[in-house]
Design a protein around this ligand. Structure first.
Ligand code: HEM
Length: 420
């Protein structure tokens, strides 16, 4: 694959472009870019790491308002099994993952990752997934025809350093010799093949979206400090499910979670250039947020909460009848006893040279994702399409469901681990 033109890009954008391209030559270019930052090494005792693969929050930093700050760079590596799982293959996967944990600190400065499995992966086993695991085949949750993740597994790599996600991926597939200076002994090559067409990449963090105005669908009007393309902060603590809430508590997969990944493109120019800031706030949050100027330019005025009171959530239907309804307000209708059901770990992308979002969320079961997604779509609401939250600006094109097992079962688990 052709590497991006170094002279045409800022350093940050160049590094981001290298992650998007991937491969050994991108890694070499990234390394020679000389990011002098020292990457902290990992633990000598990988078994001391949390049993939940998705236990990332305590390993991440928080912003001044106490909201968890996600890692800046992400790669979703789609994987397909070479042969049916054997004990030898399981040992190999576990050994390779432990090498990552020894090489990189379990943090945003080092590397965080999860390995999740699709329903298609579990279909090969005689036994079935236990009742506690709600993992249906992916389907078109909302009206669109979209494509589904039908490969076997997805490795989510995340770090504040682009060279870490690249090096981890390339090292696992024989295209790097070292993880953070430590010689690699075990890779994943005899077990998994990468499904290149489904490899996805992205970024999140203040200022990163505005670095991508070289892409034709990304206008110069992307706010300078916004962490997301659409111009607002997201992931406020009070609007996120806790890691406990999304964890499967009982059965052989206790400690697991389910993951949904919905990929979409965003009609960013229309969003940023056709609508006023007032309209964007009303459509993203709620009309009241716009009337009372609750967000500030990019949501900085909101602190640790998206400002969704019970009254604002309950007003969703009447706001819609009034002509405009907010995305966050609609989605919050699916809260249970006031608690959000999804732990969102989404990030923006310019995969395919188009602005988009990989919406990655964790929840106790996929049915909860579907419920929230339907509430977010708001087909039941009486608002014109263009004013029904952000739905007319986003175009989902792919989705997948995964089980992210507990760490002790992360290496090629059987569908019924108790019987295996
Ligand atoms: C480009 C696409 C999207 C953008 C820019 C976006 C942005 C936002 C923003 C700014 C908020 C309010 C701030 C916060 O509380 O974090 C929010 C809340 C939320 N969004 Fe999205 N979102 C997008 C897609 C989605 C999708 C596909 C879903 C799937 C269901 C979703 C579900 C939610 C939920 C559940 C909340 C929190 C509601 C609550 O407080 O209970 N969003 N989103």
């Amino acid at each position: 694959m052709t590497l991006p033109d170094r002279s045409a890009l800022s350093r940050r954008d160049y590094l981001r472009s290298l992650v998007a391209v991937g491969g050994a030559s991108a890694l070499a270019a990234c390394t020679s870019e000389g990011d002098d930052v020292e990457i902290p090494s990992g633990t000598d005792d990988p078994d001391s790491l949390p049993e939940r693969q998705h236990a990332w929050n305590d390993a991440l930093t928080r912003d001044d308002d106490g909201n968890v700050r996600p890692p800046e760079h992400h790669v979703l590596v789609a994987l397909s099994l070479v042969d049916d799982p054997t004990d030898e293959a399981r040992e190999r996967v576990e050994a390779a993952l432990q090498e990552l944990e020894r090489a990189y600190e379990w943090s945003n400065e080092g590397l965080l990752f999860t390995l999740g499995y699709t329903p298609a992966y579990f279909d090969r086993f005689d036994g079935s997934l236990p009742d506690e695991v709600d993992l249906p085949e992916p389907r078109a949750v909302i009206g669109h025809v979209d494509a589904f993740d039908e490969f076997d597994a997805l490795l989510h790599l995340a770090s504040d350093h682009s060279q870490v996600v690249l090096e981890a991926e390339e090292g696992l597939f024989g295209e790097a010799d070292e993880f953070n200076g430590q010689e690699i002994e075990t890779d994943l090559m005899d077990v998994f093949e990468r499904v290149d067409d489904h490899r996805r990449t992205g970024f999140v963090g203040p200022g990163l979206p505005a670095e991508h105005t070289d892409i034709s669908g990304v206008p110069d009007s992307v706010p300078e400090d916004a962490p997301f393309f659409m111009g607002f902060r997201s992931g406020f603590a009070e609007s996120q499910a806790t890691e406990d809430r999304v964890t499967i508590e009982d059965g052989p997969f206790a400690g697991a979670t389910t993951q949904h990944v919905e990929s979409m493109t965003i009609q960013l120019r229309t969003w940023l250039e056709q609508d006023s800031h007032y309209q964007r706030v009303a459509k993203m949050f709620s009309p009241e947020h716009a009337d009372e100027d609750l967000t500030g330019d990019i949501g900085e005025a909101l602190g640790g909460s998206s400002g969704l009171t019970d009254e604002r959530i309950e007003a969703t239907e009447s706001d819609a009848r009034g002509g405009v309804v907010g995305h966050a307000q609609k989605a919050a209708r699916a809260r249970e006893d006031g608690d959000p059901l999804l732990l969102r770990r989404d990030f923006n992308t310019v995969d395919g040279d188009t602005p988009g979002l990989h919406f990655l969320s964790l929840q106790a079961g996929i049915e909860e994702f579907v419920r929230v997604r339907e509430a977010m779509e708001g087909d039941d609401l009486d608002a014109p399409n263009a004013n029904n939250g952000i739905r007319s600006y986003i175009f989902p094109n792919q989705r997948g469901n995964y089980l992210v097992p507990p760490r002790s079962l992360r290496a090629l688990p059987a569908a019924a681990p108790d019987e295996a």
